[in-house]
Design a protein around this ligand. Structure first.
Ligand code: SF4
Length: 907
């Protein structure tokens, strides 16, 4: 090992360290204001300079590599004098008013040199920008360390902060050159997080003061699963910062994780259970609510049997709560009618991966993004839906990774891509089959991998031969040459990693489309190795966990088929398991409409707002005898149709675990206490189980106790204890406490055997077709600032950043339909209609529309149709034939009189 001497102390060190890293390792402090380990060193503040014997001038420790034989002095008088002078110069022009600011690194440095008295400037109102709902900007406090500029470029890849002018006229301004609100800022807060002076600061800290406690927990939003440090003061969350050492997000968050926490204090938070009587909600005691639910469930079971009841687990609840929910359904209610919202998003991914490879989950990890030479992103607007992963993909592309984007819309990642393939919605299969055809016909198959790990090659080759790029081009609209280029990149510039989203799965061919992606990976040897694999970007934070814990009508905890694990679970639970496959969510709604399903308990799930074909959903829910809704707020389902409402604790208010999209189990910890009387979801379920005469098996005293029972029945998670999770998240399979967890699946073999078979997937187009009457295709999806049903984000200032659902229309269609930005448009399909404002969007192509579905006012799912994936019942949200007409404001005032966005009944 190389050696060096620091302040007279001889040390050995790993090659590749900077002097500053070595000093940090030795706990030797030197002041530094421009350095942040998340970005490349810039050495502009010059405070970390040290003397190196033999060098003529001091060197910046942050940017100088530590070399064999160096002798370094960190605090000689000459250097200390230099630091004092530099700080003193900065202090003289810095606003003296600092009492309202948190203790910043700059103030700490001044204090340590006894220089706070030299603060002599004043805040310049012309440099204050208060336009953003979350960020306060006062550039009079700027010391030009450029950390904000660099972190926005190098971590987020947004390039918002811009340096104007030079010398003493230097100014850092947003790219709008006006206000931050008008800029391209995506509100990730990284610039605030790194700013050492308070020039950029969280408004919540200025309003409510510094946290008095910090708790590490996992973000309650998307399936990335970012870890964060949440600060609280007087029982209120006042800030959330990215955990710097987080394995997933590596010191970064998006606007939702960073700022959208205040929903826990929303004024309409429900704090007591309610029963609807005579059309009105009546607040009742917990005892009455539990007694009512238990009594009505018992009555339903007696009169109609266990197939007449169903439970929906929640992608926003913890693993422990979903485990208890499915155990409750199976043991207490005696039914396998238990499902979760994985049904309407990534059930096709789980089904395809399970069927072809043996494990229904992502094969690789987010860290593979940095190892991949080619990244294939299919049907996922990642910078909006999974922003921290989106930022990592952008950075990988900027560093030279090849990026291929498959998406009908010109999404942000297309700007960073080598190739953007824009298939017509619903035509992924011909496109992906043609890529496979190119790989086979051009001899790009990984022969060694194929010999060892793949079967059905011959039959597949014969099948795929006619799927030429030219034939695909006629179906999907992507030029044959582009398809060839994409196939060559994926096959030749390896390792290649595919990431896909709901744009792949929410189709009638969703499962088969994912199978086509698996075919590509099998053909090219892009499985079982770092930087490769097939990776669904799971939507909600714990949707992978909810299904994996057993909120699934065909599978028990661990995603094992019921019959394969019956004996094991009956023995563990000391109870018989119901026989036969249960009803999935869509079948539950069908059965409710048909009158055979009488009671539904929906946990953390706004079924009415988010299920397709909302008129049918409404009819189904209205036909129930009992609809129990358990959530934080009266969601649309509860508001319109609920019988009982059970309010519960939010994830910031309880303990447990989430499972992210890369199979990582991470801790959820209580940051603040819930409103008085509110319990965690599992506690409510256990109380009702006991009220129904099933105390055994539901006497848990803590989330950890539930987790330990889960580990007892789930072999792949047996090694993941709460004690181990204190040291960071662990990816399953992790069968023993000694096992490190698994970053990459299928390295040696597949759970189904040594080889996986190529699938021959034919293309059957959606029955939803455009026509003269309905000539446009509507795609639905989510936006950066809102999350799914908007239950949480709409109750935060994110609502200011994305106030309403909108209809994105291409410039061509807007011209043809005489629509302008902000006009109201009625979207009609064969299934219903909705009215929403227009956004003329250059990302859209003529003939295609895009709309978000976050608000009950629009209730966009009145427009989407009844068609479903053949394997999993996942609805086709991404293809609806519609027509659009401009709505005169006068007509709207006359008919609805409510703010301009409405839905209406089926034609
Ligand atoms: Fe939360 Fe997802 Fe944003 Fe991370 S990327 S902060 S998990 S919403």
């Amino acid at each position: 090992m190389p050696c060096a001497t620091i302040d007279g102390q001889r040390i050995e060190f790993e090659a590749g360290l900077t002097i500053l890293q070595a000093l940090q390792g030795l706990a030797i402090e030197v002041p530094q204001l421009c350095h942040d380990e998340r970005v490349a060193p810039a050495a502009v503040c010059r405070l970390c300079v040290v003397e190196v014997e033999g060098l003529p001038r001091p060197v910046p420790a942050c940017a100088t590599p530590l070399l064999e034989g160096m002798s370094i002095w960190t605090h000689p008088p000459r250097i200390e004098g230099y630091r004092r002078t530099t700080l003193s110069l900065l202090a003289r022009t810095h606003p003296a008013e600092v009492a309202h600011l948190p203790e910043t690194p700059f103030l700490r440095a001044l204090r340590s040199y006894g220089l706070t008295g030299e603060l002599g400037g004043a805040s310049d109102p012309s440099l204050v920008d208060d336009s953003h709902p979350y960020l306060h900007v006062d550039m009079s406090r700027c010391i030009y360390c450029f950390r904000c500029v660099r972190i926005c470029d190098e971590l987020q890849g947004q390039f918002v902060w811009t340096v104007l002018n030079r010398g003493r006229h230097t100014r850092i301004v947003p790219d709008s050159i006006t206000t931050l609100r008008e800029s391209s800022c995506v509100s990730c807060g990284a610039c605030v997080d790194t700013c050492p002076t308070g020039a950029l600061e969280d408004k919540t800290l200025l309003a409510f003061g510094l946290p008095t406690s910090w708790t590490r927990t996992t973000c309650p939003y998307c399936g990335v699963g970012c870890e964060m440090e949440v600060g609280a003061r007087n029982g209120r969350i006042v800030t959330a910062r990215p955990a710097r050492d987080a394995l997933v997000n590596k010191g970064h968050l998006c606007a939702k994780g960073r700022y959208a926490f205040d929903f826990v204090r929303a004024p309409d938070r429900v704090t007591a259970p309610m029963i609807r009587e005579g059309g009105r909600w009546r607040t009742v005691s917990w005892e009455d609510a539990m007694g009512f639910v238990a009594g009505r469930l018992r009555e339903t079971l007696e009169r109609h049997g266990p197939r007449a009841v169903a439970v929906l687990g929640s992608a926003r609840a913890t693993n422990e709560e979903n485990y208890v929910a499915q155990k409750f359904a199976r043991v207490v209610l005696g039914t396998n009618n238990v499902d979760c919202c994985a049904r309407v998003c990534h059930a096709p991914s789980a089904a395809a991966l399970k069927a072809m490879l043996g494990t229904g989950a992502a094969t690789n990890s987010y860290d593979d993004i940095e190892q991949a030479r080619t990244i294939l992103v299919c049907g996922a607007n990642v910078t909006h839906s999974h922003p921290v992963v989106g930022a990592r993909i952008k950075q990988a592309a900027l560093r030279g990774a090849h990026l291929v984007v498959v998406d009908p819309r010109r999404i942000e990642l297309a700007d960073y891509a080598d190739l953007h393939l824009r298939p017509r919605p619903g035509t992924d299969i011909p496109l992906l089959n043609a890529m496979a055809q190119v790989i086979v016909s051009e001899g790009l198959v990984d022969e060694a991998f194929e010999r060892e790990r793949v079967s059905e090659r011959e039959a597949f080759e014969a099948f795929i031969a006619p799927f030429t790029p030219e034939r695909a081009a006629a179906l999907c609209g992507v030029e044959a040459a582009l398809i060839r280029e994409a196939a060559r990149l994926y096959a030749q510039e390896r390792p290649s990693m595919s990431l896909h989203g709901l744009g792949m799965t929410e189709h009638v061919q969703g499962t088969e489309a994912v199978m086509c992606l698996v075919n590509l990976a099998l053909l090219t040897g892009n499985l079982g190795r770092p930087g490769a694999g097939v990776n669904p970007l799971r939507g909600q934070n714990n949707v992978q966990g909810a299904a994996h814990m057993g909120c699934e009508p065909s599978n028990l905890t661990g995603y094992v088929p019921i019959e394969a694990a019956r004996a094991r679970f009956e023995s563990a639970w000391n109870a018989p398991l119901p026989r036969g496959r249960g009803l999935d969510l869509l079948e539950v709604l069908d059965a409710a409409r048909a009158g055979s399903l009488r009671a539904l308990w929906a946990i953390g799930y706004d079924v009415l707002l988010t299920c397709p074909d909302a008129h049918t959903t409404r009819d189904a829910l209205a036909a129930l005898d009992l609809l129990v809704v358990q959530d934080l707020f009266l969601n649309e389902t509860a508001r319109e149709l609920g019988t009982v409402f059970l309010p519960v604790a939010a994830s910031f208010e309880k303990e447990g675990t989430f499972m992210n999209a890369e199979r990582r189990i991470q801790r959820v910890r209580r940051v603040v206490a819930p409103p008085a009387g509110l319990k965690a979801d599992w506690e409510v379920l256990c109380a009702v189980a006991q009220a129904m005469g099933h105390p055994e098996g539901f006497r848990f005293r803590s989330a950890e106790e539930i987790w330990d029972e889960i580990r007892g029945v789930w072999t792949a998670g047996a090694g993941i204890s709460y004690a181990r999770l204190e040291r960071g998240g662990i990816q399953w399979p992790c069968p023993t406490e000694e096992h490190p967890g698994t970053k990459v699946l299928h390295s040696e073999s597949f759970p189904i055997g040594r080889r996986a078979a190529l699938r021959r997937i034919d293309f059957h187009p959606s029955p939803e077709r455009t026509s003269e009457e309905f000539p446009l295709v509507l795609i639905t999806g989510r936006a950066l600032y809102q999350f799914n049903a908007g239950t949480m984000t709409r109750r935060t200032l994110n609502a200011e950043l994305h106030p309403r659902d909108a209809l994105s229309v291409s410039q061509d269609d807007a011209r043809r339909l005489a629509l302008g930005d902000g006009d109201l448009a009625r979207v009609r399909s064969r299934h219903g209609e909705a009215t929403l404002p227009v956004h003329v969007d250059a990302a859209m192509r003529a003939g295609e529309l895009f709309a978000t579905f976050h608000t009950g006012e629009v209730l966009l799912n009145q427009v989407t149709g009844p068609y479903r994936d053949g394997e999993t019942d996942t609805p086709e949200y991404k293809v609806t034939a519609v027509r659009v007409e401009k709505v005169s404001l006068d007509v709207l005032r006359g008919s609805a009189g409510s703010g301009g966005v409405t839905g209406s009944a089926r034609r």
